[in-house]
Design a protein around this ligand. Sequence first.
Ligand SMILES: Cc1cc2nc3c(=O)[nH]c(=O)nc-3n(C[C@H](O)[C@H](O)[C@H](O)COP(=O)(O)OP(=O)(O)OC[C@H]3O[C@@H](n4cnc5c(N)ncnc54)[C@H](O)[C@@H]3O)c2cc1C
Length: 398
Amino acid sequence: MTARIVIIGGGQAGGWAAKTLRDKGWQGEIAIVADEPWDFYERPPLSKAALLDDEPLLPRLFSEEVQQGLNLTWHRPQRAESIDPQARTVTLDSGERLAYDQLLIATGGSARLPGPHWADHPQVYTLRHWQDACRLKARLRDGLRLGIVGGGWIGLEIAASARARGAAVTIFEQQPALCMRSVGPEVSAYLQTLHQQQGADVRCGCGAIELEDSGGQPVIYCDGVREIFDAVVVGIGVDLNLALARQAGLRVECGIVVDPRGRTSDPHIFAAGDVAQHPQFGVCIQSWAFAQNQAVATAKTMLDAAAPGYDEIPWLWSDQYQNNIQILGIPDPESRMIVRHDAKGPLFFSLAPDGRLRQLVAFNDARTVKLAKRWMAAGRDLRDAPLGDPQFSLMSLR
Ligand SMILES: Cc1cc2nc3c(=O)[nH]c(=O)nc-3n(C[C@H](O)[C@H](O)[C@H](O)COP(=O)(O)OP(=O)(O)OC[C@H]3O[C@@H](n4cnc5c(N)ncnc54)[C@H](O)[C@@H]3O)c2cc1C
């Protein structure tokens, strides 16, 4: 019998794992169980180009030719329903059972809603899949009154795209500040000003948010006020698709616990992408770079246990209006914030008491992000560097 690797999830992590397995010489079968009907595609454009371009195309991970060359056995659209780690099989919703030699779980997450009845309203939208983007895009137009529930990265990107298409945007955030879980208060305040300057109405700290209906139009009730919209988009984060991992008895914390090689608590099962917890930082990163690079590292170690594992510092980016925002590292409440205002945009350095850089949030400055990666990897002490002085050359710290 031919050896078989089964990958559950046809998203970014699943796609990169499959490609890496072939690139590294795996000649056995690669079976992909995917509940979406599409070829592998990337999600970041869904809140950007897919909403802005007149005729957006599926943002495929690989060209048709490259994907054909991977010689994959697709099971789609089909869901993996359960895993039997003893028998080493995956059962699909069709009833078919697939035996595996090694299994990769790359099931990503599902858009969260504040309550189950939100899904029933025809003018409530979420944004996780290609068809979500097509549906929302078809609705965006000049003068549309759009309520956005959730002031995180996805909500803010949708706000920026909707403003560019002429919609009147109101952002509702329960927490006192935007993107509070991933950046410090100075960055949150800057983001709020940015959106207000672009004409968005930003309501932070608005407490419980309820959905009501007025003749088919969604109504947001919050802070004792009712407001009618033409459409409402919810961007309050995702529920990671961890049910299979839990059912299989794998160790799960905020995500599936993996080592730097992507190995779970079962020696034949690996995990990659959003569902995998960062092996060093112990958090779930949910970023394009993690989904790609951790999946690549995992696929390599599935074939060669001596391959180097994944050790990258968390990094993600967001595009809003004319700004490319890059976030390197994770926030640390013990850190001191140093803000530098350069002509291209601000830089927010978060320094630990020992002078190590914990996080950098950079507006339109990929060069400094690259440099900061090196400072972080080397554990450089930056206490004496005048980081906030725009006259000081950061490149002198190379
Ligand atoms: C709108 C949007 C914008 C984003 N923008 C950025 C950005 O600007 N920068 C950035 O760094 N990151 C961004 N991200 C995050 C990034 O896209 C994700 O981190 C990445 O897609 C995760 O890849 P993944 O393969 O782990 O999961 P996914 O891409 O979610 O793929 C998982 C796949 O598995 C399928 N699946 C789930 N359960 C099963 C099952 N039981 N059986 C079969 N199939 C199953 C899912 O339907 C899905 O197709 C964005 C995400 C979204 C949604």
